[in-house]
Design a binder for this molecule. Structure first.
Ligand SMILES: C[S@@+](CC[C@H](N)C(=O)[O-])C[C@H]1O[C@@H](n2cnc3c(N)ncnc32)[C@H](O)[C@@H]1O
Length: 420
């Protein structure tokens, strides 16, 4: 199904786009719930490993390429690199993402881990711990006894050897999430009620650690893997030298106002961030939600940015007072995408490939074709457009048609190439 023709009842798409609706499920995190290592901790907004495999297969990269994911999230791209014995480099602003992704790609010693799980449980038992957490939000999410036990276990984990601490911390965070009364619900938060479950914490932690340990059994350590590394960093200003990477596979947050610092507020507090630090993280994140702010330090990168004509006219439709915040957010979002594309271009080798998984959105009835605009911005920074796969149509059930309007929203993989 290629080009602009309307294949069956599918909506018309631009000529250089093609439908790959066989990958619709791969655009979601559904397969991650059972996939070894991926299931240790995944984000609702992650894509599945199949999507990364499909992109890499289509490119037929040779040798031992280095793949960059500047929005590493839960680390799906890097885990696929690990499975394929190729290099992977990931960045994310969030310390939660970098912790989870780095633990998932690391080599672990199951025997040492087993001993340390037991030792951490033993060490935390009977400890009369008074948590140093003072956050009212944590006090609403957990009972006083749950917080005391989580704290004691967290402290016991921090006394374990360096090599196992990350693994145990991820198991501990997952355990805490299952108790929390703050439920991440799509991009938002929902508060629930429930009885004290402090007495279940050690058993839940041991069972989460055992599940993770199961995934270590039978895996042969990669032999010829290049670098596999995750760092804190901003996709708009990467600490990577020019022409270093062979490919980029990534998914920036969608401009649907979901804010990862809110979705993972509890986890970030448990990791020791203060409310102030979380707010700072919110301000510094990509402007996909209304609270993120422009960073003065990045403004010089925008000197060559030209607002695409089509974006200008779409934003004009959102200019009424009530929609001003959304208009400002979208403006910032595309500036940030431009900066991200520019950075990806800079660090890619000549001939290098990039795949951006993006979702179109609708605000106040105005459809924003993020995939087409990303292609335009990519061309502005010097990329050639290779192809775009439309992998999913959101809102095409009869019920959702009413909610989303007549036209479903595309989720696409926009593929670009840096000229040689
Ligand atoms: C859609 S998620 C990535 C999901 C990932 N593909 C996966 O499979 O798990 C987007 C990530 O971008 C991160 N992020 C937001 N703004 C960022 C920025 N300016 N630089 C780097 N990462 C950022 C968020 O913390 C979040 O983890």
């Amino acid at each position: 199904m290629n080009g602009s023709t309307n294949a069956g009842s599918l909506p018309i798409i631009p000529t250089s786009f093609e439908y790959r609706l066989d990958l619709a499920r791969a655009a979601t995190s559904r397969d991650l719930r059972l996939a070894p290592r991926h299931r240790w901790f995944h984000f609702a907004h992650s894509y599945s490993p199949l999507l990364v495999h499909e992109v890499l297969d289509s490119w037929q990269l040779t040798g031992y390429p280095l793949v960059l994911d500047p929005f590493v999230g839960a680390g799906t791209t890097l885990l696929v690199c690990r499975e394929r014995y190729i290099g992977g480099l990931g960045f994310d602003l969030s310390p939660l993402a970098t912790l989870v992704a780095s633990v998932k790609i690391a080599e672990h010693d199951p025997a040492e881990l087993r001993v340390c799980v037991q030792s951490a449980c033993r060490d935390s038992r009977g400890a009369d711990a008074i948590p140093a957490w003072s956050s009212p939000r944590l006090k609403r999410a957990f009972t006083v006894r749950e917080l005391a036990r989580l704290w004691a276990l967290g402290q016991a984990i921090s006394r374990q050897p360096n090599a196992v601490r990350g693994f145990l911390t991820v198991a501990w965070l997952r355990t805490a999430c299952t108790l929390s009364r703050a439920l991440a619900d799509g991009g938002w938060f929902r508060w629930t009620e429930g009885p004290d479950r402090s007495h279940t914490i050690l058993a839940a932690f041991t069972s989460q650690a055992s599940l993770m340990l199961q995934d270590l059994a039978g895996t042969t350590p990669p032999s010829q893997t290049g670098v596999l590394e995750v760092r804190i960093g901003d996709a708009r200003a990467l600490d990577v030298r020019p022409n270093r990477v062979d490919a980029v596979i990534t998914s920036p947050p969608y401009p649907n106002r979901h804010d990862y610092t809110r979705v993972f507020h509890i986890e970030l507090l448990l990791l020791g961030l203060s409310e102030h630090e979380i707010t700072e993280l919110r301000y510094r994140s990509l402007r996909s939600h209304v609270e993120a702010r422009p960073l003065a330090a990045l403004s010089s990168g925008l000197e060559s940015f030209t607002v695409p004509h089509s974006l200008n006219s779409l934003l004009t439709q959102l200019s009424s007072c009530t929609r001003k915040r959304v208009q400002r957010m979208l403006w910032g979002y595309f500036e940030d995408l431009y900066l991200t594309l520019r950075e990806s271009y800079r660090v890619l080798k000549p001939g290098g490939r990039a795949a951006f998984v993006v979702g179109n959105v609708r605000h106040a009835g105005v459809l924003i074709p993020v995939d087409e605009l990303l292609q335009t911005l990519g061309e502005q920074v010097g990329f050639c457009h290779h192809r775009t796969w439309v992998i999913r149509l959101r809102g095409n059930s009869a019920q959702q048609m009413g909610r989303f309007g007549r036209e479903p929203l595309r989720e696409s993989v926009v593929m670009l190439r840096k000229p040689r």
